[in-house]
Every structure is written in structure tokens, then in C-alpha cells.
Design a protein. Structure first.
Lengths: 299, 342
């Protein structure tokens, strides 16, 4: 039986409402980050950002360049200190980095001196787990990302996509409450990128994990997310990066790459595009037309 | 049907930041040793290429010339003109190079002879004993310097506080030439090997601290951040991330500092009771046995090159994750060896 569009919409809405009933895993309260500029002034990277992320939610963070996306994820990971505000994991304030918030970086950051398996074991060893447990768990996570055959390889022997899969396995093996991903597929070619998106969705559906995913790619943001956190850059009203909207993605669940063909996908994407790139910016971005070289008749 | 495929143009020898083919690498590596050797041979064996002096083979009627004496050509001709004018028999000689430039075969012979000739006086050492003594001085000096310098350097690279405390004064100390500490070391440590080791330590240590600190600062911050999000504490960041991350670079840094050790060796060995290979070279220089002097210098070069190549090879075995290509000398040797077998 094919559900008609009305019931589907209802299902989606109910699902999104249900997400809000789940316990809050990650909460940001009035997060603000100021930087000293070299001229002695202060630059506002992030101004008063508050939000709640629930268990098993997939949230993407998107915004124009300079809106503080990377600052936000670094604050959440504890790699940077907020000027004001606080971060709570499971209702408890956290300071500094910790294994409860795993992180996947754009630059892979695999330890080059460790084999793939030892890389995945790293977090477990930090927790003082024994050799056998480390090995068996690492191999399970490698199997999950489809790389158990590369266990004894060194990172320099892997392709970019494989490296990032190892990085994901490494972060997940430490059993974090939240997985933070800072433009993880930004350095990959489009084909590998699409493949990685599909892998990530499958992994997420298989395990109990909350994901906060930074991206600057609109398609990626809509394809992956339950909800999208839209950040805005400094404008007349706001001195710096700020929370513009925390929007729901009303697309059928579970998401997969087929969603890209859904007409509703285009609607969401267009709406997001308008939010991220307001019309006036497009006008501002126009170059003055100056003809440097005369165009001949053959053109 | 005739194949008319255009031949691929040969790649140029000089292309900015491009690798050479294996054959060319081998060729150039061999050439880099052959060119100086060839020049040396040419000057030594090709008559008239340089040979600015005459070696007297028969003094004739001369009273100033002795058999085997080397005199500049002009002086030789002048003396002979005088002799002829005085009605005496002219001296006979053959063109030769100055005594400080022996021919390669003479140096080769000297090198062999130096090892098999017993020392002149009883207390003196054989050449291999002198060499071993030199090597032990370097090993001690380098070992002590590394034992202090590596941990201190890593500490400076890891903690800004250690860096601010240690590096300014080290920066000051490293400009003092180690030999100037010779007199002081002698007064404090006696006249045997201790002051020599001290000079090598001074020569290596201060620079080593700064170089290791810099190497440590090069560690990718992303690796430290990744480790801390995986639950690593400060101590684990140092032992599990910083130390393994710098090891390959540290290994190469230390290779360079062994070379620095050899640089200060000759000065160090002249402090107090002279010893080792420098004593051998200096004594032979005083006896004007320049073939032995060359033999000693070349020996030092060979020991240095061989140890460095062994360490480079060990480095690639110990740190397979760097994916480093073998160096030009190793690959050249391998290639030559393989060609010889086939």
C-alpha cells in the first residue's frame, strides 16, 4: 500500500514532534565567543546561541562563511572556551574536551604512526580497556565502516574516503554521547562524498548516536538532517554569528540518497538557500562588468 | 605496416621539483664521488696538468739541493743556470706536485699501511685504537647531550612555560664557541677524556634543545585535538601523541647532531692530552706524511657517511608509517648491486 501524501506528511510531522519528546543530549545555553583582533578590538564570532539537541537526532549546521560554524563545533567539542554561556551534555555542564563528545575533523587527523586498527583502538585504550577488548571492539567498528580488511594498513596507504571512515570508526569506538563532525566530507571528491553520505546515514540508523554535522553544502545539509541549525553572519542587527533558525526537515524517514529526487527536497533546499544566502547578498556579490578584451565577430 | 609512433621526448635532466629516473639517480650519485676523485687523479697522474715543482733525482754539482727535495720550478731553473754558468753539472729532477698533495694510490697505500704498522713508540696507539677512542668520545658526548637535550627540547616544545624558561638562556649559550670552554673544562674535569666529552656535549646540547623544541612544535595540533576528544589526558597527549609523532623527525635531527659531534671532535681531542684520530693526523702532519693525513681525513668521512647511511636505513625500518623513499645513496647501492647480480 502506497501512503498518500497527506498521511506521509502527518507521519513526518509526528516523527519530528516525537523527536522533541526524547531526552536532551546536548544543550547550548547563550553560547558567545569573542576574539581579540590584532588591532586590539573584539570580533564577535558567535553571539548568544542557544539550542537543544535530542537523543538520536541528526542535526546539520549550515550558514554562510564567517557565521561561526567552526567556532560553534569547537566550542561544543571543548577545544575552545566560550566567552559566555555554557554547554550541557545529559544535563551536566562540561568544560574542556572529553570522550562524551567524539569529533571527526575535515583533515582526518588519523595518527600516522598507528595502523588503522590501532587508531580505532586509541579511545578505548585511553579508557584503560584491556588488549583483547580493544582489539575485538576495534575490529567490530572497522567492520561497520567496511574496512576490516585494512586493519593492518597505515593511514598513508588509504584513500581520503577510507581515512574518513576510519576516523568515524575511531570516534564511535570511544562510545561518545554526541558525534561532532566538522565538514568531514569537505576534502572529498563529489563521488566519494555521496558514498560517504550514504555510509553515514546507514551507520546512524544502525546505532544509537546523536550527530551534529557542520557543512556548507545545502544538499548535504538537507539530505542528512532531521533538523537544520541555520547560522547567520554579522549583519545590521547582529554583531556576529547568530542562530537564525532551527528548522525541521519535513522529508520521509529514513533518509537516503533517493530523497534527492523528491520534489519536497527541492522545496526545503530552496527555503534553506534563501535563509543562508539572502537576495541582497547576491546583488552585492555581482562584479562590475568591465570589458578588458574586445570581443571579436567570431564570438 | 611501419609504425610511425612519435618517440616520447626524453624528460629533461633539470626539471623544477621533479624526481629523476632511477638510472639517472644512480648515475649522479656515483658521479658525485667520481668527479672529485677524477680531478684528484688527473692532477696527480697527468703530467704537466699542474705539477708546479721539481723533485730532485740527482743533485749534480748543487750544494743547496738534496736528493728527493721538492723545489719550485723557477728556483730549479735558476739554480741550474747558476750551476751551468759555474761550470758544474746541472741538477736533474722530475716535475711533481707539492708534498701536501699525494696521489690517490699513495693515500690508499698509506691507509692500509697505517692499520698494519705498529706504533712507533711503545705507549702510542694503533690507528684502529685511535679511531675507536675517537668514536667512544663522540658516543659519550652525543649520548649525554641527547639524554639531556631530547627530554628538555620536548618539554620546551610542549609547554610554553618551559620554553620561556629555558630557551632564552640556551639561545645565549649556543653562540659561545665550544672550544672556548676548553681551558675551563680542563681545569674542572682533568686532562683525560672528560673535558673532551664535555666540549662535544657543549657543541651539541644547546642547539639540540632548540632543534628538538622546534620539531616538537611542528606536531599537527589537529592530532592533539583529536586525541583529547578521544579522552586523552595531558600526560597521555605527551606520551601517546607528541612523542610518537616526532620520532621520525627526531631521528633525523639526531643524525645531523652526530655529524656536529665529528665537527667538534678534532678540537676536543686537542684539549689536554691529545688523543684519537686527531692526534694521528696532527702527528703525521708534523712528520710531513701527508699521505697519512689524507688517509685520516678520508677515514673520518667514510665513518661518518657509513654511520649516517646505516641510521637512515634503520630509520626507514623503524618508522614504516612515514612511507619515506630510500635515500639516493641507498637506492643507488641497491641498483648497482642488483645489476651486478643479473
Amino acid at each position: 500500500m502506497i501512503p498518500d501524501s497527506a498521511t506521509t506528511t502527518q507521519d513526518i510531522e509526528q516523527r519530528l514532534l516525537k523527536i522533541r519528546d526524547r531526552p536532551v543530549v546536548l544543550e547550548a545555553k547563550h553560547l558567545t565567543r569573542h576574539f581579540r583582533t590584532s588591532q586590539g578590538g573584539t570580533a564577535v564570532a558567535l553571539q548568544d546561541v542557544s539550542f537543544q539537541i535530542h537523543r538520536r537526532e541528526f542535526v546539520t549546521v549550515i550558514g554562510p562563511s564567517g557565521c561561526g560554524k567552526s567556532t560553534l563545533v569547537r566550542l561544543l567539542a571543548g577545544l575552545d572556551e566560550p566567552t559566555m554561556g555554557e554547554i550541557l551534555v545529559d544535563g551536566k555542564t562540561v568544560n574542556g574536551p572529553g570522550p562524551d563528545r567524539g569529533m571527526v575533523f575535515q583533515s582526518y587527523t588519523l595518527f600516522p604512526w598507528l595502523t588503522v586498527q590501532k587508531n580505532v583502538e586509541f579511545g578505548l585504550r585511553m579508557q584503560g580497556k584491556g588488549d583483547n577488548e580493544c582489539r575485538s571492539q576495534a575490529l567490530q567498528w572497522l567492520e561497520m565502516v567496511g574496512l576490516e580488511s585494512k586493519a593492518d594498513f597505515y593511514p598513508h596507504q588509504l584513500s581520503g574516503g577510507m581515512k574518513q571512515r576510519v576516523a568515524i570508526a575511531r570516534a564511535l569506538a570511544a562510545r561518545p554521547r554526541v558525534l561532532l563532525m566538522d565538514e568531514p566530507f569537505g576534502a572529498l571528491d563529489p563521488e566519494t562524498r555521496a558514498q560517504m553520505q550514504s555510509y553515514l546515514l546507514q551507520i546512524w540508523q544502525n546505532i544509537n548516536i546523536t550527530i551534529v554535522f557542520i557543512t556548507h553544502d545545502l544538499d548535504e545539509a538537507v539530505l542528512l538532517a532531521d533538523r537544520i541549525l541555520v547560522l547567520g553572519a554579522a549583519d545590521g542587527v547582529h554583531p556576529g554569528g547568530h542562530l537564525k533558525q532551527f528548522m525541521d526537515v519535513p522529508l520521509p524517514y529514513p533518509h537516503d540518497v533517493d530523497v534527492l529526487r523528491d520534489p519536497k527536497f527541492m522545496a526545503v533546499r530552496t527555503h534553506l538557500d534563501d535563509l543562508v544566502h539572502p537576495r541582497r547578498e547576491l546583488v552585492r556579490d555581482r562584479l562590475p562588468i568591465t570589458r578588458m578584451v574586445p570581443l571579436g565577430d567570431d564570438v | 605496416m611501419a609504425l610511425t609512433a612519435a618517440r616520447r621526448p626524453r624528460s629533461p635532466w633539470f626539471a623544477v621539483r621533479r624526481d629523476l629516473s632511477g638510472g639517472r639517480t644512480t648515475f649522479l650519485t656515483v658521479l658525485s664521488f667520481l668527479v672529485p676523485l677524477g680531478l684528484w687523479c688527473a692532477i696527480s697522474y697527468v703530467p704537466g696538468l699542474w705539477q708546479p715543482q721539481m723533485r730532485v733525482t740527482s743533485a749534480g754539482g748543487s750544494e743547496t739541493f738534496d736528493l728527493g727535495m721538492r723545489v719550485p720550478k723557477a728556483q730549479f731553473a735558476e739554480e741550474n743556470a747558476d750551476l751551468v754558468a759555474a761550470g758544474k753539472a746541472p741538477a736533474v729532477g722530475e716535475p711533481c706536485n707539492p708534498v701536501f698533495l699525494p696521489a690517490p694510490h699513495e693515500v690508499g697505500k698509506a691507509m692500509y699501511k697505517a692499520f698494519v704498522t705498529p706504533p712507533k713508540s711503545k705507549g702510542d696507539k694503533w690507528l684502529h685504537e685511535a679511531l675507536l677512542h675517537s668514536i667512544s668520545i663522540i658516543a659519550w658526548g652525543f649520548g649525554i647531550a641527547a639524554l639531556i637535550g631530547v627530554p628538555l627540547g620536548i618539554a620546551c616544545g610542549v609547554w610554553a612555560a618551559s620554553s620561556r624558561l629555558v630557551e632564552p638562556v640556551v639561545d645565549f649559550l649556543r653562540y659561545m664557541p665550544p672550544p672556548t670552554f676548553g681551558a675551563l673544562a680542563l681545569a674542572i674535569l682533568g686532562i683525560n677524556d672528560e673535558p673532551k666529552v664535555a666540549i662535544i656535549v657543549i657543541g651539541i646540547l644547546f642547539n639540540m634543545i632548540l632543534v628538538v623544541a622546534n620539531t616538537t612544535r611542528q606536531v599537527d595540533r589537529g592530532l592533539l585535538e583529536a586525541a583529547s576528544t578521544l579522552g586523552a589526558r595531558d600526560r597521555q597527549l605527551v606520551t601517546r601523541v607528541v612523542v610518537p609523532a616526532i620520532l621520525p623527525t627526531l631521528w633525523n635531527d639526531l643524525r645531523i647532531f652526530i655529524g656536529v659531534g665529528w665537527t667538534y671532535l678534532t678540537v676536543a681531542e686537542m684539549v689536554g692530552a691529545s688523543s684519537g684520530i686527531s692526534l694521528f693526523i696532527n702527528q703525521q702532519g708534523k712528520y710531513r706524511n701527508y699521505d697519512n693525513v689524507f688517509a685520516g681525513i678520508i677515514l673520518i668521512g667514510m665513518i661518518g657517511l657509513v654511520t649516517d647511511q646505516i641510521l637512515a636505513f634503520l630509520g626507514r625500518v623503524l618508522f614504516p608509517w612515514t612511507g619515506a623513499e630510500p635515500g639516493p645513496l641507498t637506492s643507488a647501492c641497491r641498483r648497482l648491486f642488483r645489476r651486478g647480480k643479473s
